[in-house]
Design a protein around this ligand. Structure first.
Ligand SMILES: *Cc1c(COP(=O)(O)O)cnc(C)c1O
Length: 389
């Protein structure tokens, strides 16, 4: 059996895979089993933030691999505490819980938000508001948090205690909160990623932040996709004048190894007390050593170049032939083709460009350090394909 046949036989059929088997990568280039080269505009869904096999990350991971690969969270390890310190210093948050994925980082955020409110107000104030069209993960609770019915069907009963409100409608959010005194938190993505790359309006996000602060409703920001330099700031919320009480992040932070992190602010630090949460692998020394190398490299100079490259993407596609709309920030873009997106992706693969989709759009999440010539080449191939009759 070849890999495609083996996959069909032995892998649970939850993914609609494209017929490509990658065997190697370097920076923003991927290579398939036939030796064909591709420009990577998807980075494994925003994971390989500094490209495939980023050298300082490999060095940090390899060094740690040869020193201490794992001990339990019953003991201290240096990479974990160093990474937590770096995250707090760069965000102003106060403490960090480490897990292994975005969904887990959100589960921890939800537990923390509820416990904060239960500790302070008792057990009848535990509802969390999320946005319609949001995406927060695939576990039963993060599915409940995800404001999209398509993900809910077949898995009832979901975790109780979630209400949904439309993005960018501040009045609706305030009305919902006034009608439901049991609301304890609101959770948002600065840019809805899986939902089709929709950045939140400044007035909405800042209005939600201000209202939440005034009513001691916690602001939980899901930075799983928008975090770690993706939007041209270290975290997506930094493009807005808001102060999160809890931040969850994952994807890019690990640079290619699984990690989740939940950051707690002034109000919520120490809420998850001894014995209230835990993880076997969370904060694993190898993963944390790699993440530290990634964070070290996401400096102001890199972030400025992310914003610049984002401007180039926006200007290249706006008004281009075959393009209906362009939305995004930094190096996170949704390009809506006039044609069905499912016909465009195989053509791009054929021409050696790997992209993602989100709803009806092509989604671009290239490496933050993608060389200009690769970006320009990928954009020109995309424009060519989009313009085809
Ligand atoms: C991908 C994603 C998640 C889920 O992350 P996993 O690591 O797949 O569990 C949660 N929230 C957002 C915004 C995401 O983009």
């Amino acid at each position: 059996m070849n890999t495609f046949e083996k996959d069909k036989t032995y892998i649970t059929h939850t993914y609609n895979r494209y017929p490509v088997c990658f065997v190697k990568g370097e920076g923003s280039h991927l290579y398939d089993d036939k030796g064909k080269e591709y420009i990577d505009m998807g980075t494994g869904i925003g994971v390989d933030v500094l490209g495939i096999s980023y050298e300082p990350w490999i060095e940090a991971v390899t060094k740690q691999l040869h020193t201490l690969n794992h001990v339990s969270n019953l003991f201290y390890t240096m990479p974990q505490t160093d990474l937590a310190q770096a995250l707090c210093e760069k965000t102003g948050m106060k403490d960090v819980f480490f897990s292994n994925s975005g969904a887990e980082a959100n589960e921890c955020a939800i537990k923390g938000a509820r416990k904060y409110s239960i500790d302070k107000y008792g057990k009848d104030r535990t509802t969390i508001v999320t946005l319609i069209n949001s995406f927060h993960g695939r576990t039963i609770t993060t599915l409940a948090a995800t404001g999209q019915d398509v993900f809910h069907q077949n898995f009832f009963p979901l975790t109780e205690g979630f209400l949904y409100t439309p993005a960018n409608d501040l009045d609706a959010f305030i009305k919902l909160c006034e009608a439901h005194p049991e609301i304890c938190a609101v959770m948002v993505e600065p840019i809805q990623g899986e939902g089709g790359v929709h950045p939140l309006d400044k007035d909405f996000f800042e209005g939600v932040g201000a209202y939440a602060k005034e009513h001691d409703i916690l602001l939980v920001v899901d930075e799983v996709q928008t975090g770690n330099g993706r939007t041209g700031k270290l975290y997506g919320y930094m493009n807005y004048d808001v102060t999160p009480d809890i931040i969850s992040t994952a994807k890019g932070l690990g640079g290619g190894l699984p990690i989740g992190a939940t950051l707690f602010g002034e109000k919520t630090k120490d809420v998850l007390s001894s014995g209230t949460h835990g993880s076997t692998f969370g904060g694993n020394p190898i993963v944390c050593a790699g993440a530290l190398a990634i964070l070290d490299h996401i400096d102001d100079k890199l972030l400025d170049s992310v914003a610049e490259k984002g401007k180039f993407i926006k200007e290249s596609f706006e008004g281009a032939k075959g393009v209906k709309s362009v939305a995004g920030m930094g190096l996170m873009w949704g390009i809506e083709p006039e044609k069905d997106v499912s016909t465009i992706v195989p053509k791009l693969l054929e021409k050696g460009v790997v992209v993602l989709t989100a709803k009806e759009k092509i989604r671009l999440l290239p490496a933050l350090n993608i060389p200009e010539e690769d970006l320009e080449k990928a954009v020109s191939i995309m424009k060519e394909v989009l313009a085809e009759d």
